[in-house]
Design a protein around this ligand. Structure first.
Ligand code: GLA
Length: 727
């Protein structure tokens, strides 16, 4: 039994394959009984009955038990000066919630979260859920915290539901998804960035006080991914203890880690409390988003592998979850807004000849959209640009043997649009204030059902009438003036907006199960687990430069499977950084994710086109290994001038190695592989045989330090494909 209640000791032991979490009942002096987080770490077979001296048993001036106990569900108002999970204001205006245990249970499987994306089970046996019921009798606030253990996948999903069981209205000032207590000081690792510069890995050592990553943008944002790893100092890729916290949420979030005066760490993760205030009438309830916790005692690499498996198998959904993804060409960087039917068919024709499988028509096909100043919301074909209509273009593309995909930005509205003329009140705006434009556009008020319904019907009509096989769902600005004509207060709007987005996505993806959906928000501005629940792949960054992408994809892989990261070969000089790199490295970087192109093949030389033909063949050969294989980071571009990573299935290994800047007079780098079955033997394309131990300890010899005469020296790459052999 992986989740056990030990009645004698009044404690709950959640025992995963490699971790244990122990929650123990604790009698407070005021008659309440609260759960403490007594242990979270490497899997235990025995738990000591007494912990020895509890923190509270020693005299401490100024700090009461409330300030030092490792509460599993900490609340405000009782002298716990660390970040709390819940702050609830009762009918008298007091915030002294004391959540006392009223019951618990263990159920097979996992329940759905109302209206929210979450990890799931297909069979009940895959998981067990421990729930703890807590209540504050004075205010009537009831909380059920659910801990779902995915036994085989070795992860823990946690969320909470708050109910108002009292007679007065309650106000939620803070409703976190999870709280963790660790009895040590830890490193804080997070992924920060900006538009076109996402997923930078940053690590800071232990420090007293709070460290927070968050968003107030109405989207998870490019700036901080909703993920934090806390590591016992010294942890590395293949060794050491690391704790991951990943939020299945795409809106305003916060993850705060606080190291107190006793060097203990409290972490609280969930909806951002600064932009949140929720009224809970008697009988109403509020469901928090889910947080996914992963523990690894084999370093960051193993942590990532657990997240990858869980997110690939039990977060992503739909027909494409387990299918290889079509290789696409997208016309955005090839034409931007300046295209017509002939131009599109010219690109598609060459694409089909080269082996491409999907043609994607990006921004500019609707309303009167010639630049980014108009038409968002008018999801009708731009007839002056495509006079024969969209269906005709779609048919022509299909006749070439390609699938046809279309770009949308459903959540947005341009002031210069028919939709705005007809429904000026459908925009998010604060009464009496000027709306702040961003990319010349505004955000639709998706907290309102009529706006959601309009989008569901309009987008569905376009998909149904035009034989659309793929949708790129973009979102290109963040919140300002968060108000609604329907009177929803600003404290509720960001979350109600997200619930609206999720409902629209649930209905549209459900109605069109054969369509492949790709998420996007100016690249990785909403690359989060919430989106992956609806869309199994996401455009990772608007930066398509191969060198920039090494860091972006390396950083993102800390949580997200490479098979969810869309990555394209684009033209040089690159449009974002003007760097000139060879086709080979551009191909190898893009093949490490969901592969595609974003250029006009007709502008390539015949030699380049032949190279592209070969590249597409290789990508088809490798894509299943990339999608399903175990991913291991080998060399970090954040700490060296090189980069390498490895994908491994039962029978194959694929290694990509990169040298960013060349050096004179150095030996060729050896790439040591990792995480191989010890007794296996492997063979490369030239018939060379390697023992796993040789590959891990001696490594593969590369040609990365030998630039070919007359060729570029910098930006070299090499791929190795090894197959398991019986010899
Ligand atoms: C965003 C996307 C791009 C492209 C443009 C179109 O920036 O990230 O890929 O679709 O919008 O306007």
């Amino acid at each position: 039994m992986p989740v056990i209640y030990e009645k004698e000791y009044k404690r709950y032991h959640i025992r995963g394959k490699s971790f244990s979490m122990v929650l123990a009942e604790y009698e407070m002096g005021d008659g309440s009984c609260v759960p403490l987080m007594r242990y979270y770490g490497s899997s235990l077979s025995r738990i000591p009955v007494e912990e020895g001296e509890l923190l509270t048993e020693r005299f401490r001036s100024f700090d009461t038990a409330n300030a030092v106990l490792p509460f599993a569900v900490p609340t405000a108002g009782h002298g716990d000066f660390r970040p709390v999970q819940f702050e609830i204001i009762d009918g008298r205006g007091q915030n002294c919630t004391r959540l006392s245990l009223t019951g618990h249970g263990v159920i097979p499987g996992k329940k759905k979260l109302a209206g929210l994306p979450a990890t799931y089970v297909e069979e009940e046996e895959e998981a067990q859920t421990l729930y703890l019921d807590l209540k504050d009798e004075k205010s009537g606030a009831s909380v059920r915290v659910s801990y779902t253990l995915f036994e085989e996948l070795d992860a823990l999903a946690v969320s909470a539901e708050i109910r108002n069981d009292g007679g007065d209205g309650l106000i939620l000032e803070q409703a976190g998804s999870v709280s963790l207590s660790l009895p040590q000081a830890v490193d804080f690792v997070h992924l920060h960035g900006a538009w076109a510069r996402e997923f930078n890995l940053e690590k800071t050592g232990p420090m007293h006080g709070e460290r927070t990553v968050r968003s107030m943008r109405g989207a998870s944002g490019h700036q901080h991914n909703p993920f934090v790893a806390l590591a016992v100092p010294g942890a590395a890729e293949q060794s050491g203890e690391v704790y991951g916290i990943s939020l299945v949420y795409s809106g305003n979030f916060q993850i705060t880690a606080d190291q107190d005066a006793y060097d203990h760490t409290r972490v609280v993760a969930g909806i951002n409390s600064q932009t949140f205030q929720w009224k809970l009438a008697p009988g109403e309830s509020f469901q928090t988003p889910e947080a996914v916790l992963v523990y690894s005692d084999h370093g960051y690499g193993h942590l990532s592998q657990i997240y990858h498996e869980l997110y690939k198998k039990r977060l992503c959904r739909g027909r494409y979850r387990d299918r290889c993804r079509p290789i696409l060409v997208n016309n955005w960087e090839a034409t931007y807004f300046a295209f017509n039917r002939e131009k599109l068919l010219e690109i598609a024709g060459t694409a089909a000849d080269l082996g491409i499988e999907l043609f994607v028509l990006d921004d500019g096909w609707f309303g009167r959209r010639d630049d980014d100043s108009s038409s968002l919301g008018d999801w009708f074909v731009y007839e002056e640009k495509l006079p024969e209509g969209l269906l005709q273009v779609s048919d022509e593309i299909h006749k070439l043997g390609l699938k046809f995909g279309l770009w949308f930005e459903p959540e947005m509205i341009s002031e210069n649009s028919r939709l705005y003329e007809n429904h000026p009140d459908w925009v998010l705006r604060a009464d009496g204030y000027v709306m702040t434009p961003s990319r010349n556009q505004y955000i639709l008020d998706l907290s309102r059902k009529e706006v959601q319904d309009y989008l569901i019907e309009r987008v569905s009509r376009v998909l149904e009438e035009n034989r659309i096989d793929y949708v790129k769902w973009d979102m290109n600005r963040n919140f300002a003036e968060t108000g609604s004509a329907s009177g929803i207060p600003s404290g509720e709007l960001p979350h109600r907006y997200m619930l609206g987005v999720y409902r629209i996505m649930e209905v549209i993806t459900g109605r069109h199960p054969d369509v492949l959906f790709e998420g996007c928000s100016g690249g990785g501005g909403r690359f989060d687990p919430g989106m992956l629940y609806y869309m199994p792949q996401i455009w990772t960054s608007d930066n398509s430069d191969a060198v920039s992408r090494l860091k972006i994809q390396y950083g993102a892989s800390l949580v997200y499977p490479p098979g969810t990261m869309c990555s394209h070969v684009s033209a040089v000089p690159n449009h974002q950084v003007r760097r000139v790199t060879g086709l080979e490295i551009r191909g190898h970087v893009a093949m490490s994710g969901v592969f595609g192109y974003q250029l006009d093949f007709n502008r390539c030389t015949p030699k380049e086109r032949e190279q592209i033909r070969e590249q597409i063949k290789a990508a088809k050969q490798y894509r299943e290994i990339v999608r399903t294989g175990k991913f291991t980071r080998l060399i970090s571009p954040f700490s060296t001038g090189d980069c390498a990573w490895q994908f491994r299935t039962e029978k194959e290994i694929l290694v990509f190695a990169f040298r960013i800047l060349q050096q004179a007079n150095v030996m060729p780098p050896q790439i040591c592989l990792a995480d191989l079955p010890l007794d296996a033997v492997w063979q490369d394309g030239e018939g060379q045989i390697y023992d796993s131990r040789y590959l891990m300890h001696h490594g593969l010899a590369t040609h990365l330090s030998n630039p070919i005469e007359g060729e570029r020296g910098d930006f070299q790459s090499q791929v190795f494909h090894l197959k398991k052999t019986g010899e």
